[in-house]
Ligand binder design. Structure first.
Ligand code: 5RP
Length: 217
């Protein structure tokens, strides 16, 4: 098991004090800042958009891992790159021309990720696995923080790890939703590389310490 990449999800932060929250993450062992964009169409919730992402970027000294839970992501990736995104993840379910979407993200100079909803089989990514930098396995139904982790995720991580290894690829596996101290180690043992944690970090008494604990679980 290698040291995980920890990406706290800013969705669970105090938005009235976003600068303070980002500075807290700057001073923590967090590796990336996970930024959840929801459009109210692909998912039944609206979070925030390009100006807030830009504001987070202005205060952050860590890469922004931008998760687009939106329809027609191709219309917005350039704006999110300009707002400071280093990793841009689109949803398999929102992209009938996924290969084109991946190339568009890479042509902008960003790392390209593809997210899978809980019902989407990891095998559907076999033909693009060499092209993508990361797969984000949703371990909750996307749209809201603070949901219960779906146990079937472990099986998906193991299956995806095998697909990546058979292809000789270096694609990272990210887990997003309901990640906490109780499931982090099992996820890493199954093959996960990146852990996204929102409420578990921001609802804790000492988020910096909580991030350190996830890092060394
Ligand atoms: O993508 C998301 C929701 O769609 C969030 O990143 C995810 O839910 C993380 O939040 P939590 O750790 O509170 O579950």
């Amino acid at each position: 098991m290698t040291t995980p990449i920890i990406a706290p999800s800013i969705l669970a932060a105090d938005f009235a004090n976003i600068q303070r929250e980002v500075e807290m993450l700057n001073n923590s062992e967090a590796d990336w800042i996970h930024v959840d964009i929801m459009d109210g169409i692909f998912v039944p919730n609206i979070s925030f958009g390009i100006p807030v992402t830009q504001a987070i970027h202005e205060h952050a000294n860590k890469p922004l891992d931008v998760h687009l839970m939106i329809e027609k992501p191709e219309n917005y990736v350039q704006a999110f790159k300009k707002a400071g995104a280093e990793i841009i993840t689109v949803h398999y379910e929102a992209c009938p021309h996924l290969h084109r979407n991946i190339q568009q993200i890479k042509d902008l100079g960003c790392k390209a990720g593809v997210a899978l909803n809980p019902h989407t089989n990891v095998q559907l990514l076999e033909d693009v696995i060499q092209d993508i930098d990361m797969v984000c396995i949703m371990s909750v139904n996307p749209g809201f923080g603070g949901q219960k982790f779906i146990e079937n995720t472990y099986k998906k991580v193991r299956q995806l790890k095998e697909i990546i290894s058979d292809a000789g690829a270096t694609t990272l596996i990210e887990i997003d939703g309901g990640v906490n101290q109780d499931n982090a180690k099992d996820l890493l043992d199954a093959g996960a590389d990146v852990l996204v944690a929102g409420s578990f970090v921001f609802s804790s008494e000492d988020p910096i310490n909580t991030i350190s604990k996830l890092k060394t679980v």
